[in-house]
Design a protein around this ligand. Structure first.
Ligand SMILES: C[S@@+](CC[C@H](N)C(=O)[O-])C[C@H]1O[C@@H](n2cnc3c(N)ncnc32)[C@H](O)[C@@H]1O
Length: 370
């Protein structure tokens, strides 16, 4: 019994550990500079942000006049449960409203910031928080990773504009991918290596992660798996992907069980192919909805409309030396393009021992103008 309780606690702690990644101001500035026009006369809501530590609050309060924002609302979550990693040591959850500089010094002075107590814990799903959500136009934050699906579904339910941070792999989540496909959510300007990292609490175990201390003494962990998600229009979304290759059946083989061609690099998308093409997920960073249509994706429950390109039990994962890893494609497919323990990429082989390249996750697309 005790062991079950401990395991549960540790599992929860592990989950919330990943939730305590704090965004660096320069990363916020690097993205937000592309959306200035969207904030004029708008109520901005940061609903996972302790104003004492949140750089989202910092950014919006110091840029309030420049962006000509109408109002800034920030709620701070007070986790009611004992939690190994929570930063929050306040007794009660609070929220804050800022309506701009009154003294004319262009700085948010304490008396200009209205701090109010919340009755509950400030959970973004709570009644109080939803009431503030209703009053706001654009939600901007880095929400808890473990609640990302719920977080996005709430934004959709209340039909809000948003600019939020998530991990790159949510793209193929079965709750998120359909939104991408229907152009209700897209990738922001910066992703992966364009992020400088995240600030982690002092007690965050660094075991092996790449970490550094910045000039303010903050512990920063690197991240190359993060990305902005938004439904605010941006220039990148209208950039034409310049293509130079023409289709030929030798270079672009067709899948066994689906009438689509395999394109292993986004830049190699043939300019003249009218049918369906399987491209790497990194394509989403170049996706212009005027140029391409997104039709589906392999794996992770997205195959209701487009089937997997191979049957799971028909292939196995092998190391570079040909040794089987013991997994069939079905179990390991989604990690197929990750390096194995030895740092080298694993392969997938079929029954005949032939290497199958198309075990990688793919997004299916079609040219719009052909
Ligand atoms: C990834 S951190 C980011 C914090 C801050 N938004 C930032 O970018 O620096 C997610 C934050 O959400 C808080 N949080 C966790 N569960 C929450 C919930 N149910 N409702 C609101 N906030 C929550 C966490 O305590 C944490 O501070």
């Amino acid at each position: 019994m005790a062991r079950i309780a401990t395991n549960k606690f540790l599992h929860k702690a592990k989950k919330s550990k990943n939730d305590e990644f704090y965004t660096i101001l320069s990363d916020i500035e690097r993205e937000l500079r592309h959306y200035k026009k969207h904030f004029k006369n708008k109520v901005v809501f940061c609903n996972c942000d302790d104003p004492r530590v949140s750089n989202f609050f910092h950014y919006f309060s110091y840029n309030f006049e420049k962006l000509r924002t109408k109002k800034l609302i920030t709620t701070c979550y007070k986790n009611q449960n004992m939690d190994l990693f929570s930063q929050h040591d306040t007794e009660r959850a609070i929220y804050l409203e800022y309506e701009g500089d009154k003294k004319g010094n262009n700085v948010p002075d304490p008396e200009e910031i209205g701090i109010k107590q919340l009755k509950g814990d400030g959970d973004f799903r709570s009644k109080e928080s939803i009431e503030l959500l209703r009053q706001s136009d654009i939600v901007v934050t880095n929400p808890p990773f473990s609640l990302f699906r719920e977080y996005v579904s709430q934004l959709m339910e209340y039909d809000k504009k948003f600019l939020i941070i998530g991990t790159w792999n949510v793209i193929t989540y079965k709750e998120i991918f359909p939104l991408i496909k229907e152009n209700k959510l897209w990738i922001g300007i910066n992703s992966n290596r364009n992020f400088s990292g995240f600030i982690v609490p002092k007690h965050y175990p660094l075991d092996g992660s790449e970490a550094r201390i910045d000039e303010n003494g903050n512990r920063i962990v690197s991240s190359n798996n993060t990305c902005w998600f938004t439904n605010l229009d941006n220039a990148k979304r209208h950039e034409e992907l310049i293509l130079y290759k023409k289709f030929n059946p030798e270079e672009y083989p067709t899948y066994d069980n689906y009438d689509a061609i395999e394109v292993s690099k986004t830049n190699d998308i043939p300019i003249d192919y009218e049918g369906v093409m399987g491209v790497p997920i990194t394509f989403m960073n170049k996706y212009n909805p005027e140029q391409f249509e997104v039709l589906g994706a392999t794996q992770r429950g997205c195959h209701d409309e487009v089937p997997d390109t191979r049957k799971y039990d028909d292939y196995w994962e092998v190391k570079q030396n040909g040794q089987k890893t013991g997994s069939s494609g079905g179990k390991t497919n989604e990690n197929a393009n990750l390096a194995g323990n030895d740092g080298k990429k694993n392969y997938f082989i079929n029954k005949e021992g032939m290497i199958i390249q198309s075990a990688y996750q793919r997004i299916f697309i079609r040219h719009k103008r052909l």
